[in-house]
Design a protein around this ligand. Structure first.
Ligand SMILES: NC(=O)c1ccc[n+]([C@@H]2O[C@H](COP(=O)([O-])OP(=O)(O)OC[C@H]3O[C@@H](n4cnc5c(N)ncnc54)[C@H](OP(=O)(O)O)[C@@H]3O)[C@@H](O)[C@H]2O)c1
Length: 222
């Protein structure tokens, strides 16, 4: 599929390179056309799939990437989010929009101002919150597997077609898509990210805070 990415930073690079390697066509975008074009070149080089197979990664403006994508990923810093979405224009309306955005810092997250809902309101796109729980280096792994288990990626969104597209993109990384509920639940996903990132920054092993399913108390629950 054609994937437009608002962003040319770490997350755009990590996920966009994986998806280009999987055969998708990717357009990234940033504030500086020269830098985005150079970044797209690096991604093409990283994503080469076979000696004969060229990966397709391009660079464009915010509006070009939004228009280009059958699916659009929002991967910009929160500080620039509103300006970037305004510059991207109206072409995300009705499209699947993957939102990876987190608050600028764990203690800056405001659950009364959910980011995914803001993106939905500003774009009219079918937003799916995803990929926001793990560090960018995790998304560079081929594949992200820990202790023999593929990483599970929770997805929160309302639109079935957008959720399907997100599931495909998760599977393309070698990860396991996990239904996290509707877009209302994206607020919880954003808060979860703020909480666990706070633990990790404090040096704690956040993965250790949860028991396995068979000790979760959920047995026999419908
Ligand atoms: N890094 C992680 O480990 C990670 C993990 C999960 C989620 N996230 C989230 O993913 C999003 C992107 O993170 P990233 O790591 O890709 O960030 P990054 O490497 O710093 O790239 C940020 C992107 O945002 C753009 N941007 C637009 N307006 C901006 C502004 N006012 N200030 C700063 N940047 C602005 C930058 O444009 P230019 O290209 O012109 O600089 C760049 O393309 C963030 O919301 C972050 O919270 C990050």
């Amino acid at each position: 599929m054609r994937i437009g990415i608002l962003g040319a930073g770490g997350m755009a690079d990590a996920l966009g390179t994986q998806w280009a390697r999987a055969g998708h066509t990717v357009m990234i975008s940033g504030r500086d056309p020269g830098r985005s074009t150079a970044q797209a070149g690096e991604m093409r080089a990283q994503a080469v799939r076979t000696p004969a197979g060229q990966a397709d990664v391009r660079a464009g403006t915010w509006a070009e990437a939004a228009c280009f994508g059958e699916v659009v990923m929002v991967a910009v810093r929160e500080a620039g989010l509103v300006d970037v979405l305004r510059a991207a224009g109206a072409s995300m309306r009705g499209k699947p929009v993957i939102d990876v955005t987190n608050a600028a810092a764990p203690d800056r997250y405001d659950p009364t101002r959910p980011i995914a809902r803001l993106i939905s309101d500003l774009t009219g796109g079918h937003v799916v919150k995803a990929f926001n729980l793990c560090h960018v280096d995790v998304w560079r792994m081929t594949p992200p597997v820990f202790g023999g288990r593929p990483l599970a990626v929770p997805l929160c969104g309302d639109d079935p077609a957008a959720m399907d597209a997100a599931r495909t993109l998760v599977a393309d990384l070698g990860c396991k898509p996990l239904n996290g509920g509707g877009l209302d639940r994206a607020t919880q996903l954003e808060a979860t990210a703020a909480f666990v990132i706070g633990l990790w920054f404090g040096g704690a092993d956040a993965q250790a805070i949860l028991p396995p399913l068979d000790s979760s108390g959920a047995h026999g629950q419908g």
